[in-house]
Design a protein around this ligand. Structure first.
Ligand code: BG6
Ligand code: MG
Length: 211
């Protein structure tokens, strides 16, 4: 019997993973880097700067720290242009049903996201009030696969890691969950079929049977 469920945001609660990919593509197309959907899958869940480092490693060129910071800011601005257009209709019925059902079962709900834009996305999609706690990339020093953001979410909920499930679309997120002592649920992305999770679901309403 679990007390809480901690959700990753991008690629789990909303399809912002697509917007991340499209925003990176503007940069990689200009730099002549062959950045495919498959390559994006391998960096799911990583922080903005860690993602950029992995992407630039595909180029033969070297970049200064100043250039990297300008590229990260440019990518984020392109991403935010899309995020600012988000609305509650972008949240799938399955997601809303799962959150409602879990709450009715008495579970505490949190978000554990690497993103520094998490609170804006939750506001735009009308999801903020669905959660008892939100831990995001602006609140931690170490990004996934470090468990810090999930441990922060559990601390805010006042539950022990063993009492919570973490739901992730990223292998890096599953590694973070396991390193923190949580049970991990894979949902799509490069998490599905990775063999890193305790459970795997194809719809979030399946969580009602697990939690
Ligand atoms: C994660 C995404 O949720 O947030 C990553 O899976 C992204 O792709 C990371 O790099 C950081 O997001 P942001 O919004 O702070 O650039
Ligand atoms: Mg994700």
């Amino acid at each position: 019997m679990k007390k809480a469920v901690i959700f990753d945001l991008d690629g789990v609660l909303v399809h912002t993973d697509r917007y991340h990919y499209n925003a990176w593509r503007i940069l990689t197309d200009r730099l002549g880097i062959d950045f495919t959907q498959e390559r994006y899958d391998s960096i799911r869940g990583l922080s903005r700067m860690d993602s950029l480092e992995r992407i630039l490693a595909l180029s033969s060129r070297q970049f200064t720290q100043e250039e990297k910071e300008a590229m990260a800011a440019e990518k984020n601005e392109a991403y935010l242009q899309r995020v600012r257009q988000m609305n509650p209709e972008e949240v799938e019925g399955d997601v809303r049903e799962a959150l409602k059902g879990l709450r009715e079962k008495g579970l505490l709900l949190a978000v554990g996201s690497s993103s520094k834009n998490a609170k804006l996305i939750l506001e735009r999609t009308g999801l903020t009030a669905a959660f008892d706690a939100i831990a995001d990339g602006s609140m931690v020093r170490r990004a996934k696969p470090d468990p810090e953001v999930f441990l922060k979410a559990a601390a805010l909920l006042q539950v022990a890691p063993a009492e919570a499930l973490v739901v992730e679309d990223a292998a890096a997120g599953l590694r973070a969950a396991k390193a923190g002592g949580f049970q991990a649920v894979a949902f799509g992305g490069d998490a599905a079929g990775s063999g890193l999770a305790d459970y795997e679901v194809t719809r979030l309403t399946e969580l009602l049977e697990l939690a």
